[in-house]
Ligand binder design. Structure first.
Ligand code: CP
Ligand code: NVA
Length: 336
């Protein structure tokens, strides 16, 4: 596998072998980190992290991974740069590429990160757009493989709004890696028809089965992984909460749903952050307004032994490290 100089914008741009290669590399980098073995493969390089939306995991994962690889890091927050307001993406790309060896971008439309990559002469990594969150999927797949020992044939059920970044990216990732994927939500919340068709074609090659199911009981029968995400994503107006709660409440991940899989081994996953209690500003506000103590997942499931969300969060760092080391080239040099 040689990903030197490549952008990491969406999983559709990568072969199944390349995605698996990144997951394998992340597992090895994780082992080195745990054993305290230095892996400063990108010593002397520098990366810029652009965040037009807020972040905890993705930002910290990029920063720690870059530092572990021996690199310098600059974080550009949602308000602290000229991007968008006084300077175009195309100009920003050329300025940053003249100083940095790689650029991470989190923002709104996928077309923005694609444009950034088109104008930047260095690798650009997608840290989340409205359409895709590819680094999250690498972490999710590593976590599933650690738990079950394999990926091919795992049954993953995604509960909730499947039209946004997480539903889309999980569907692509599962199709690529032979993981069976079910989106469970009202039909209006299924992913875009064209993306489904693209993924069905990929799935026909890898053996993955993709299903779109409105009935939670039918969807989760036999599930190994039940996955959910927030019902209202970053960048969406507060006004959509009411419609989402109405449409998606029957799809909340709760103990009754977890017990419907027919398997003791089923795990719960979530990209985080999650509204599982009232201990957040938005959770409290919306909880009080709509008379609920949780949204997409109950606190009982979130805190249960079936929940592997924090192992999943940790793996963001190891997998993002793999993406940077593979595309910046230090990894290849270290193997030579
Ligand atoms: N899962 C995820 O991307 O988390 P952050 O928004 O905290 O980066
Ligand atoms: N769908 C969520 C994912 C957060 C990691 C969002 O875009 O806000």
């Amino acid at each position: 596998m040689n990903l030197l100089g490549r952008d990491f914008l969406k999983l559709l741009d990568f072969t199944s072998e390349e995605i698996l290669g990144l997951i394998n590399m992340a597992a090895e980098l994780k082992a080195r980190k745990k054993a305290g073995v230095p892996h400063r493969f990108c010593e002397g390089k520098n990366v810029a992290l652009i965040f037009e939306k807020t972040s905890t995991r993705t930002r910290c994962a990029f920063e720690v991974a870059a530092m572990d690889l021996g690199m310098g890091v600059t974080y550009l927050d949602p308000t602290g740069s000229q991007i968008g307001k006084k300077e175009s993406i195309a100009d920003t790309a050329r300025v940053l590429a003249s100083m940095y060896d790689g650029i991470e971008y989190r923002g709104f439309g996928q077309s923005i990160v694609e444009e950034l990559a088109a104008y930047a002469s260095v690798p650009v990594w997608n840290g989340l757009t409205d359409e895709f969150h590819p680094t999250q999927i690498l972490a999710d797949m590593l976590t599933i493989r650690e738990r079950f020992g394999y990926l091919q044939g795992i049954n993953l059920v995604y509960m909730g709004d499947a039209r946004f970044n997480m539903g889309n990216s999980l569907m692509v990732g599962c199709a690529k890696l032979g993981v069976n994927f079910t989106a469970c939500c009202p039909a209006a919340y299924f992913p875009d028809r064209r993306l489904i068709d693209t993924c069905q074609a990929i799935a026909a090659e890898t053996g993955a089965v993709l299903r779109f199911e409105e009935d939670p009981a039918k969807a989760v029968a036999g599930a190994d992984v039940i996955y959910t995400d927030v019902w209202v994503s970053m960048g969406e107006p507060v006004s959509v909460w009411e419609e989402r709660i109405k449409a998606l409440s029957p799809y909340q991940v709760n103990t009754a749903l977890m017990n419907m899989t027919g398997k003791e081994s089923t795990v719960f996953m979530h990209c985080l952050p999650a509204y599982h209690d009232l201990n957040t500003q938005v959770g409290k506000e919306m909880g009080e307004r709509f008379g609920r103590d949780s949204m997409e997942v109950t606190n009982e499931v979130f805190e249960s032994e079936k929940s592997i969300v924090f192992a999943e969060a940790e793996n963001r760092m190891h997998t993002i490290k793999a993406v940077m080391a593979a595309t910046l080239g230090g990894w290849e040099d270290a193997q030579a």
